[in-house]
Design a protein around this ligand. Structure first.
Ligand code: ZN
Ligand code: MN
Length: 483
């Protein structure tokens, strides 16, 4: 057996998600990305002695909404704890987090890997504050030096900890995709890895298949894209299997993913929880969440991506992979559903959205909301193709013109005389002319060379500038060849 197949990976993920709120978690400073350094700070988030935190209720609401969407039990009473460590981007010398009494526990998130349904346990969802950011690119105008930007310090985060239920880098990747999509459906976050509003730590160990115990794990910190999570896990699994095969022990360690060398590199030996000297935060009262608030949160959760994928598959008979592509971005899924509601067949709507509309979005860097052709306008265009007013190839051309000019498909089809030639009396003369000017091919066809038919069809399409209705052309050509 190939050594890799004798082992399985045991993977758990810890995801930090910045909540989209107006202000920070414990002060009134703006929670906003992209401003000049250190403009959103105050005595509370700078950790000045005597400054007291005040909890942001909107952040709690969003965290509760996230927790119930992930199927967690929300604790009626949870509390904050201080997690003590020293780092330049943490002015207080501790992070206000949650430890022994988290906001919520015991959820699960279903998702698909390669068409197969999996469920990953969610161990806990808790609230905490973000740290600032160290910038190591050097001070302006100097060769070296580091900056600390505290705009991010105190921004609300939810930390989502998965159970160790993931068994492959591909499963970890698929889980992250559906989690990000779920968080966006909830409108609790931008969940943008580029802006750091979603960050992932992955821990992984390997064991021989059939073993139940766990080997020491490696934690891979702060991987900044889903693709890199998959690569880092693949690399680390191979490394650990190599050690076991060589008779070397696995060691608990913390590593970083190094994009440039395409490998994980050691960072430090892992802290134990006791190194953080957790203790209850004395400046904040416990969070109390009543049953009514939990019920309201449950009621505010929309249909989530996995359920929507399954509905698209079942109600519209779409392949699962196509449904998943449509559903990932809720606005794209809405657009698809509006096309179907406007009378476009589900598989036609799916094709147009996944292939053409999404290509336009990618090329132009548009969000779905920026796409200039509305659902009823696209439905009109597709109806024109369906009833034969224009060909499918022409429909693509017309869509490009609708995007460029903002005009309706009807007007473009009229103005540019793009109507398909669909009437016998209009197309017959063209077919006759093609037959007359290709007498050798006609003779060859009649002598049994059937493939000449395609050539003659091509000539008819050419002569009609692509406007001949292909079905009608076929019928007329067959009739003409039989004479
Ligand atoms: Zn502040
Ligand atoms: Mn954390």
């Amino acid at each position: 057996m190939n050594p890799a197949e004798a082992y399985e990976a045991v993977i758990g993920l810890e995801i930090h998600v910045q909540l989209k709120t107006h202000s920070k978690l414990f002060c009134a400073c703006r929670n906003r990305f992209g401003d000049p350094p250190n403009v959103h700070t105050c005595p509370v988030c700078l950790g000045m002695p005597g400054a007291l935190p005040v909890l942001n209720g909107a952040a709690v609401h969003r965290a509760v909404r996230t927790a119930v969407a992930l199927g967690c039990r929300v604790n009626h009473r949870s509390r904050f704890a201080r997690k003590n460590y020293f780092y330049p981007d943490l002015p207080k010398g501790y992070q206000i987090s949650q430890y022994d009494q988290p906001l919520a526990e015991n959820g699960e998130l279903p998702f698909y890997v390669d068409g197969e349904r999996h469920t990953v346990g969610i161990e806990r969802v808790h609230l905490e504050e973000d740290a600032g950011k160290s910038v190591h690119d050097g001070l302006p105008g100097t060769e070296d030096g580091a900056l600390v930007d505290l705009n991010r310090c105190g921004v609300p985060l939810v930390e989502i900890v998965s159970a160790h239920d993931l068994r492959s880098p591909e499963a970890a990747h698929a889980f992250l995709m559906i989690l990000r999509s779920t968080l966006r459906y909830l409108s609790v976050t931008d969940a943008s890895m580029e802006e750091g509003s979603l960050r992932c730590d992955a821990n992984v160990s390997v064991r021989r298949r059939g073993e139940a115990g766990l080997n020491p794990k490696t934690e891979i910190k702060n991987v900044n894209s889903f693709r890199f999570v998959r690569r880092a896990l693949r690399f680390e699994i191979e490394h650990q299997v190599g050690r076991l095969e060589a008779g070397q022990p696995l060691l608990q360690s913390t590593k970083l993913w190094d994009e440039r060398s395409d490998r994980t590199v050691a960072m430090r030996s892992k802290e134990e929880a006791r190194d953080y000297r957790y203790f209850p935060e004395p400046d904040l009262v416990p969070i109390q969440i009543g049953e009514a608030e939990i019920e309201a949160a449950v009621g505010s959760v929309p249909e989530l991506p996995t359920a929507r994928i399954e509905r698209f598959r079942d109600a519209f008979s779409l392949p699962l992979a196509d449904a998943a592509t449509l559903v990932e971005d809720g606005a794209i899924a809405d657009y698809f559903e509006a096309l179907v509601a406007a009378g476009v067949g589900p598989s036609e709507a799916s094709n147009w959205v996944r292939v053409r509309v999404m290509r336009w979005l990618n090329e132009r860097g548009w969000q779905m909301s920026e796409f200039p052709v509305t659902e009823p306008q696209l439905a009109d265009l597709l109806r024109a193709a369906r009833v034969g007013t224009i060909s499918v190839a022409t429909a693509e051309e017309v869509l490009a013109k609708m995007i460029a000019t903002g005009q309706t498909s009807e007007k473009i089809i009229e103005d540019e005389s793009l109507r398909q030639i669909s009437r016998d009396e209009d197309l017959a003369p063209l077919v006759e002319q093609v037959l007359r000017s290709h007498q050798d091919e006609v003779a060859a066809f009649r002598a049994g060379r059937g493939q000449v038919f395609g050539f003659l069809m091509g000539e008819i399409m050419k002569a009609s500038h692509g406007k001949a209705n292909p079905e009608l052309a076929k019928t007329l050509l067959s009739a003409g060849l039989e004479e």
